[in-house]
Design a protein around this ligand. Structure first.
Ligand code: GLU
Length: 487
């Protein structure tokens, strides 16, 4: 049925607003976006809100926020319109009824009046001839049907599956798949409330919206023959199907909350950068040919992505890998953006206390895995922690509380005399003290670090800590340490 006009690649992200955006949804969106961009095509957003019972307040907003934060800009959608709207399924109900009526008229679908009670009995009864529904209403007399509809009896519309033969289609990822038509249920297309099922709406919309590549999770693979039969019944071209592999955790089980955060916004709240999440997700089932590199910006992915590189083996979402990716992205961030991120987290924690955000950002950049690590990492800076004598003990540096007391007493007046509290002056001064006193640098720096931090391990050394704290706070901590040691 193909026409000779060359078709522009068009993909769609078709989320149901039934909850938060999880890694699986976002991967579909990303691959759809990348297929469109890599082929110079269009990417559209369609909201599939026909399951009214599962509708979650705020879910649509979360979809927009997520796409926006990830930089996945759509070319058509409910918010910006486009040539094939409306893009919200609940605004397209008349279309589904219209197309269902066509199928009924052409003998590919039929009204079914079976009650819930009757269907429940069929489900219990294992001896039915057909899969699922027993096709009780499939061949009712048309006049009788018309009469029942006219009398207001509730009904659904079911697809009339072929009784014999087989259906074959080719999936870009899973290859050629054939099913016996006998195995296909006469599935519901229009529910008794007039709303379409996903099984019907996806076909009508993908056709009317001129979708060329249907990209979605592999859980839809087994229903795809039924969709192919619908396309054929209408005489429509069948789009390319690209079903994506299951996402699993490192234990081989389907990825779930037990493994860790699985929602995009949850991951962001955990301190992962959207760019790192996107890069990680790009590799959930895809890899570039002939490249071993793993860090790719969205812009780079847009040029190298190809549906041919998608693998059907289950894709492992490893949180260690995400951590590593996030570190790579943090190291590569432009300095001013990193500074702002650190400042946004640190400002409320330092409260009124002055501090050097520049030095803090510098010290943290090489050490942070995810943004949410920062509050704990800087706790010793925002709070004065209690000293213990053991803290000052360091065998290798030949340091203990008494030696530390001597060093700090020597250091205090010299540090107090420093007027320009910058890195160069502090380093010069500390170097000079070591030289004059003949002490090892590790000893002097070790004593100063513990005095300033009240902990042994800190991100950054003594000089950097002194810089972050600023002159006044550093001197106060120093004198508090001396008081503790000498008192
Ligand atoms: N609304 C479906 C879902 O969220 C979309 C599946 C598809 O992409 O066709 O799972």
């Amino acid at each position: 049925m193909g026409n000779s006009m060359s078709t522009v690649t068009k993909t769609r992200f078709a989320p149901s607003p039934t909850g938060f955006m999880h890694i699986g949804n976002l991967r579909s969106a990303l691959y759809e976006y990348l297929i469109a961009r890599s082929e110079g095509g269009k990417f559209l957003l369609r909201i599939e809100d026909t399951d009214r019972e599962r509708y979650v307040e705020g879910a649509v907003e979360a979809i927009y926020r997520t796409l926006d934060m990830c930089g996945l800009r759509h070319d058509e959608g409910p918010d910006i319109g486009g040539p094939n709207g409306p893009y919200v399924q609940s605004e397209r109900l008349h279309l589904y009824t219209e197309y269902a009526d066509k199928l009924v008229a052409s003998g590919h679908a039929y009204p079914c009046f079976c009650s819930e009670e009757r269907l429940a009995v069929i489900r219990e009864n294992e001896e039915t001839e057909y899969i699922g529904y027993d096709r009780h209403c499939r061949d009712l007399d048309p006049a009788f049907v018309a009469q029942r509809i006219a009398s207001g009896e509730p009904y659904v519309v079911r697809q009339k599956m072929p009784l014999e033969g087989e259906t074959t289609f080719t999936d870009v990822v899973y290859g050629t798949i054939t099913v016996m038509n006998q195995e296909l249920e006469d599935q519901i297309l229009i529910k008794s409330d007039g709303y379409p099922t996903y099984n019907f709406a996806n076909v009508v919309d993908d056709h009317l919206m001129e979708i060329t590549h249907v990209v979605r999770g592999s859980e839809y693979l087994s229903s795809t023959p039924k969709y192919c039969i619908l396309y054929d019944a209408f005489g429509w071209d069948i789009p390319k199907f690209v079903h994506l592999p299951l996402i699993i955790g490192e234990d081989g089980k389907k990825l779930s909350k037990r493994h860790g955060s699985t929602g995009f916004e949850e991951l962001v709240a955990d301190g992962y950068l959207p760019e790192a999440i996107i890069n990680m997700i790009a590799f959930l089932g895809w890899a570039p040919s002939e490249e071993t590199r793993e860090i790719f910006s969205l812009a780079e992915l847009e040029t190298i992505f190809s549906a041919k590189g998608i693998n059907k083996a289950p894709a492992v979402f490893a949180y260690d890998k995400l951590n590593w990716m996030n570190e790579q992205y943090i190291r590569r961030l432009p300095s001013d953006r990193w500074r702002t991120m650190v400042k946004d987290i640190a400002d409320p924690l330092f409260n009124e206390q002055p501090y050097s955000v520049d030095m803090l950002a510098r010290v943290l950049r090489e050490r942070v895995t995810k943004l949410s690590d920062i509050p704990e990492m800087i706790h010793f800076l925002t709070e004065r922690l209690p000293y213990t004598r053991e803290l000052f003990y360091n065998k290798r540096a030949k340091l203990d509380a008494d030696v530390a007391s001597n060093i700090l007493n020597e250091l205090y007046p010299k540090l107090e005399a420093v007027t320009v509290w910058d890195e160069a002056s502090l380093s010069a001064l500390l170097g000079q003290v070591c030289e004059e006193t003949g002490r090892k640098k590790g000893q002097v720096m070790g004593a100063l670090r513990v005095a300033l931090a009240a902990q042994r391990v800190t991100p950054g050394g003594a000089t950097e800590t002194a810089m972050i704290l600023g002159r006044e706070e550093a001197l106060e901590r120093l004198s508090a340490a001396i008081k503790f040691l000498d008192g």
